[in-house]
Design a protein around this ligand. Structure first.
Ligand SMILES: *[C@@H]1O[C@H](CO)[C@@H](O)[C@H](O)[C@H]1NC(C)=O
Length: 765
């Protein structure tokens, strides 16, 4: 009896320090394009890291990262060497930078996040340097850094003398990257110069759940665009320095006891570097100046420094917004809430009107809101579940080798996980499927470093008979809830009828969710939609049928409702990631994201849709949509051929036909829409970057000197529109920024920003 109770006590002791399931699960991710034995999963302790707070673990951690020779120093980019580098709980002392490879995820125990603690003589640009300067240029071209995550860490620079330069994470990256659940601990001495997060360039991106304690600057950042939410800043001198940007969306900032909240004054009034900032549902407490700007009615460029804020709580913030000549918006030594305010150009609905001052806050449909803020939910990591709650796709018989037909094995794995109430762990692999994979109500699927569900074969190659690759809910309006994270849906060879995701599910209560689930069409090994098959042909309007690779990226059908999307990138490749020169390729994917849900609600936090032929985002007959920094690009080959080639417009899908709308319109009118909204209401866009950089593969059209002539139009609001509002619309390469029922609303040259053209506030009515 005594023996048994001792055993039970020991067992419970063990269970209180139970490791995260990710460390425990059988590791059998398979990277088919690597030499035998390539490890997808690496536990840093298996490579000699101690995590005891005493031993210098730098070399061991970097050895774990570099096992199997992934894409690190000198490598252009890759999709062939995925890696999960897992850190059990502990304190890992490091004396120089951790240097994660391309396509490598650094993941700490989500239940007990490990600490990376710098030694006092730490040397390096970032405790984690996500893109090092081995030469005077970054190791990876920042706008091509995709598919990388860091999550569940405490980054600690407190051993480094406060006046010695130190950076927590250096992260110049692009789409489909994320930082999640990270605490930055820095000294609070008055002479501190430490910076928590540093980004100087790139094309992001998404981050959430970061806390910055101490330091000179919590986050110092320049990048084309980002969506960031749930950041806490405590006792930083300046919480955020915005170095440069085109558009940036912040939600849920909590800035406490900092001298300045957001400093967006870079460049000064004569040459502003910061394009625009959208800030909502945030709070400032004990902050003398919440926002510091250099915008004035006569600052340059004309619309740079555009700022829109909504639902901002102040508690002892004497100055809410400070400009070059003093207070622009007073705060309070007590408490108040700013409903909404903007500076920059307004079209409500016509303009431009240059103004700074209060605006009417967007009416928020109740369906989108929780506790007074737009609803949010971070990616679930299931850290409290035991490993027995997971079923592995490979243990269930799926091969993931990019060649075997895994349709039946993968479907069986999903079905058996659902019937047992378990989570499907999609071990790394490329799961080739030849008919639709059905995701039923109740499914939870978690990928390991972005495995791919890859459609293949004739079933998906009929342009007149489209088929879903992954179908969520078998009929439009089927009831149920699902949670999907960390995987990719793609297509192989010609797939002219492939709808990568069809979303049918109607969810009540907690929304269904997609987190870090991407559509990646072509440009990688296994897709056979690469340089060898689909090399760009500038000037040729002839279509190679082998390069018609998708019908639509994602279709949200009429009966679907209540879906939360976070960090979702629907990308048709413009270049081959696995080509050492990143050579450009011409692929034809018909449509990006199409939402025709009758009721909503849908949240799109940090989503992008790029290089689809007819449109990137189209909303029709829908309502209750939140979009927070959407980002689009037009196909580089257009207008050779234009958007009517090779997909004939389908009226039942409300496809644009560019017939009446382009009659008599000069320029490249029949080019892909960035955003098209038809007969919809309560569509609230908080930041949009709609870009057209190319014309027949030349960027010469995308500058102000060239007259932004890549295409004629990019944003269209058609039919009835009620409460269809856009904050900080940034367009590039298009002459007309926004059209209403075919008529031009805004002209690029009236709204010049740093590189884009910007409208701070557009309201449809
Ligand atoms: C497209 O670009 C190619 C290569 O630069 C050039 O030869 C061709 O004339 C261009 N075509 C058009 C229609 O501008």
């Amino acid at each position: 009896m005594r023996f048994l109770s001792a055993l039970l006590a020991a067992a419970s002791l063990v269970s209180t320090v139970k490791a995260h399931w990710l460390g425990e699960i059988k590791h059998q991710g398979y990277a088919p394009y690597t030499p035998a034995g390539y490890p997808v999963f690496r536990n840093v302790k298996d490579y000699g890291a101690r995590g005891d707070g005493v031993t210098d673990d730098t070399a061991a951690i970097n050895a774990a990262i570099n096992a199997g020779n992934p894409c690190n120093r000198g490598c252009t980019s890759t999709t062939m060497t995925p890696a999960v580098v897992y850190f059990p709980a502990g304190t890992y002392l490091i004396s120089s930078s951790i240097l994660p490879a391309y396509f490598t995820q650094l993941i700490g125990d989500a239940a007990n996040p490990p600490t990376l603690k710098a030694t006092s003589n730490f040397a390096g640009f970032g405790l984690i340097d996500g893109n090092p300067y081995y030469t005077e240029v970054l190791n990876w071209k920042s706008v091509n850094v995709f598919f990388r995550q860091i999550r569940n860490f405490i980054i600690d620079t407190t051993n480094i003398p406060p006046a010695t330069a130190a950076t927590g994470i250096h992260w110049p990256t692009a789409q489909a990257t994320s930082l999640q659940n990270i605490v930055f601990n820095m000294p609070t001495a008055s002479n501190v110069v430490h910076v928590g997060l540093f980004i100087e360039e790139g094309s992001g991106g998404f981050m959430t759940d970061l806390t910055f304690n101490g330091g000179a600057t919590g986050a110092s950042m320049g990048n084309q665009q980002f969506t960031m939410r749930n950041f806490k800043f405590n006792n930083c001198k300046t919480a955020i320095i915005q170095i440069w940007n085109w558009g940036w969306t912040y939600h849920g900032l909590s800035i406490n006891n900092c001298q300045v909240g957001i400093d967006m004054s870079a460049g000064g009034s004569s040459n502003l570097n910061v394009g625009s900032v959208t800030l909502l549902d945030s709070s400032f407490t004990n902050v003398p100046v919440a926002i510091l700007t250099a915008w004035t009615p006569s600052s340059n460029p004309d619309t740079a420094g555009s700022l829109v804020i909504e639902n901002i709580a102040l508690n002892n913030v004497p100055v809410a917004i400070k400009g070059p000549s003093g207070t622009m918006l007073a705060g309070t030594t007590g408490t108040t809430t700013i409903s909404a305010w903007s500076n920059g150009h307004r079209y409500t609905p016509s303009g431009p009107v240059e103004a700074s001052g209060a605006i009417n806050a967007n009416p928020r449909p109740a369906a989108l809101v929780s506790n007074g803020r737009f609803y949010t939910r971070s990616k679930p990591q299931y850290e409290n579940l035991p490993v027995s709650s997971f079923i592995s796709a490979r243990s269930s018989g799926a091969k993931g080798d990019g060649a075997t037909d895994d349709t039946a094995a993968l479907q069986n794995a999903i079905n058996s996980a659902v019937s047992q109430g378990k989570i499907l762990f999609l071990d790394y692999g490329l799961y080739r499927v030849t008919s639709t994979i059905k995701i039923p109500p109740g499914a939870k699927v978690v990928g390991e470093s972005f495995p791919v569900i890859l459609s293949s074969g004739g079933f998906f190659n009929d342009i007149n008979n489209p088929k879903p690759v992954v179908q969520v809910g078998s009929t439009s309006g089927q009831a149920g809830q699902v949670e999907l994270s960390d995987f990719i849906i793609g297509t192989q060879n010609a797939q002219a009828g492939a709808v990568c995701i069809e979303w049918n599910l109607a969810t009540s209560g907690t929304p269904s969710g997609m987190w870090d689930v991407h559509v990646r069409i072509g440009g990688y090994t296994g897709s056979q939609q690469q340089v060898a098959q689909c090399l760009k042909q500038p000037g040729s309007a002839a279509v190679n049928k082998n390069c018609i690779v998708a019908y639509m990226a994602m279709h949200v059908t009429k009966g679907a409702s209540n879906l939360y999307m976070e960090n979702v990138w629907l990308w048709t490749a413009d270049h081959d990631i696995d080509d050492a020169a990143n050579t450009q390729i011409t692929l034809y994917s018909g449509r990006g994201l199409y939402i025709e849900s009758q009721n909503g609600p849908f949240w799109l936090w940090g989503t992008g849709s790029e290089h689809h032929v007819l449109y990137q985002y189209q909303l029709a007959n829908t309502k209750n949509i939140f979009m927070g920094q959407i980002q689009t690009e037009t196909p580089y080959f257009q207008p050779t051929p234009n958007a009517l080639v090779p997909f004939s417009p389908v009226s039942s899908l409300n496809d644009p036909d560019f017939a009446a709308s382009c009659a008599g319109v000069s320029g490249n009118c029949a080019n892909a829409w960035g955003l098209r909204v038809i007969n919809s209401q309560d569509v609230l866009v908080y930041g949009a970057g709609l870009y057209s950089f190319f014309n027949n593969y030349s960027t010469a059209c995308s500058t102000f000197t060239a007259g932004q002539t890549c295409q004629q139009r990019i944003t269209s609001i058609e039919g009835s529109a009620s409460n269809v509002n856009i904050y900080n619309l940034n367009t590039i390469g298009t002459r007309e920024m926004l059209n209403r029922n075919g008529a031009q609303v805004a002209w690029y040259a009236d709204n010049a920003n740093t590189f884009a053209s910007n409208i701070a506030v557009y309201k449809s009515d």
